[in-house]
Design a binder for this molecule. Structure first.
Ligand SMILES: *[C@@H]1O[C@H](CO)[C@@H](O)[C@H](O)[C@H]1NC(C)=O
Ligand SMILES: *[C@@H]1O[C@H](CO)[C@@H](O)[C@H](O)[C@H]1NC(C)=O
Ligand SMILES: *[C@@H]1O[C@H](CO)[C@@H](O)[C@H](O)[C@H]1NC(C)=O
Ligand SMILES: *[C@@H]1O[C@H](CO)[C@@H](O)[C@H](O)[C@H]1NC(C)=O
Length: 370
């Protein structure tokens, strides 16, 4: 009997894949995105399991059913799939991990049942620590990662229902129970592993070109770029700033034709370290310079038409490079130079460009290659 149990244990454990040592997961939510950075040394069993869950798209359309903000910010919890047969299938208890880092603000750990004073039986539910909850450490809640972008979005999750949503009923009835009784709950639309390397093919009025992204160069930029491409944000954007005189400098775009959409994406990405220089053909996010540092990096990007090492000092961190047909980008219409007003373009969208700068080239569309 004992050996049978032992064998069973080995079989169950062996279905878990081993995750990369570190990786990010991008969560798209009803309050905007957040990025969870995982580090396997913090919680190897927990991180491996999360990797499997995200790969299986388990967290898509999961509600934040337990959001506790008062008397002091405590946690936001999720992780029961909307389909009861799916949550049943994933009712697999993973082995415990030692607590390596503390439950400080922004860290994420598995929720668990209490077995006396000790957390046990972690399956799929996770929580964000809204406050410093290091008192949870002694009970064995081992953080698996930390939110590195968009924590403020998570603080907006609707908290008015407190502890009312009944977990047993969510397991039994799925999302229909929550939607009927707690319609204001926020939710995850998708959760995806952030890719380290990808190629984006652009179609433009000056011909096609590719941007190859290497996430290790500038992870925050690479993640935002990926989301923008997936959202179709760059479709029909004019390449409105093409500076080619006195010597070739840059070509820039990233203001949406619809001012409402531009405004929707007006959240700055955090700084990236400068891993590679602004050499010819590299691509970086544009932004405003304040106190000699770039800020307000959100959607606009530029191609370096030549090596521009003078830009490095401001923190313009290239996240990729034109890997195909740079020459097509050299033929973007450049006679308007710096004159198209960025503010008016943001405010009035493509109408402003079409009335005043009709010769500008534009992006037709962009897609990620597999
Ligand atoms: C992962 O966590 C360990 C232990 O806290 C730390 O030493 C290491 O630098 C972390 N790795 C990354 C890539 O952050
Ligand atoms: C998960 O499985 C355990 C053990 O079989 C069971 O006690 C528990 O009720 C199940 N949980 C859910 C939510 O189905
Ligand atoms: C990404 O960039 C890093 C750092 O420059 C480099 O070591 C790595 O080889 C690059 N990856 C690919 C797939 O080119
Ligand atoms: C973003 O918002 C700031 C502050 O409200 C504003 O000054 C800026 O023009 C906006 N940028 C875009 C691209 O909408």
């Amino acid at each position: 009997m004992k050996s049978t149990l032992c064998l069973l244990f080995v079989l169950i454990v062996s279905v878990f894949a081993t995750a990369p040592e570190t990786f990010d997961v991008v969560f798209q939510t009803s309050q905007g995105d957040f990025v969870l950075s995982l580090n396997r040394t913090w919680s190897p069993n927990g991180v491996d399991h999360l990797f499997d869950l995200v790969t299986a798209q388990y967290y898509d359309i999961n509600y934040f059913f337990r959001v506790i903000q008062s008397p002091t910010p405590f946690v936001a919890q999720w992780g029961i799939n909307g389909n009861p047969s799916v949550s049943q299938k994933w009712n697999i208890t993973i082995p415990d991990d030692p607590v390596v880092v503390s439950n400080t603000v922004g860290t994420v750990a598995y929720a668990a049942e209490m077995n006396g004073n000790t957390a046990c039986c972690r399956t799929t539910q996770l929580f964000i620590n809204y406050g410093d909850n290091s008192f949870l450490d002694k009970s064995g809640f081992a953080p698996i990662g930390v939110i590195t972008q968009g924590f403020s979005n998570t603080m907006k999750f609707f908290s008015g229902y407190g502890e009312n949503p009944d977990q047993t009923l969510i397991y039994e009835q799925g999302n229909s129970y929550l939607e009927a009784n707690f319609p204001k709950l926020d939710y995850i639309s998708t959760a995806r592993i952030s890719p380290d390397f990808f190629i984006v093919t652009f179609q433009s009025s000056a011909g096609p070109f590719d941007i190859t992204v290497n996430r290790t160069w500038a992870p925050n930029s690479a993640d935002r770029f990926y989301e923008l491409i997936q959202a179709g944000y760059y479709d029909s954007n004019y390449v409105y700033k093409v500076i080619d005189t006195p010597i070739p400098f840059i070509a820039q775009w990233g203001i949406n034709g619809d001012p409402k959409i531009t405004a929707q994406w007006n959240t700055s990405i955090e700084n990236d370290p400068l891993v590679v220089s602004n050499t010819i053909a590299t691509v970086a996010f544009a932004g405003d310079i304040v106190n000699n540092k770039v800020i307000n990096r959100n959607t606009q990007i530029f191609i370096n038409y030549r090596s521009n090492p003078q830009l490095d000092q401001y923190g313009y961190a290239p996240f990729g490079f034109i890997s195909y047909a740079l020459t097509n980008t050299y033929s973007f219409y450049n006679q308007y130079g710096n004159s198209p007003s960025e503010q008016l373009y943001i405010q009035y969208g493509n109408e402003f460009i079409e009335e005043n700068y009709p010769k500008l080239d534009y992006i037709k569309g962009a897609a990620i290659q597999n």
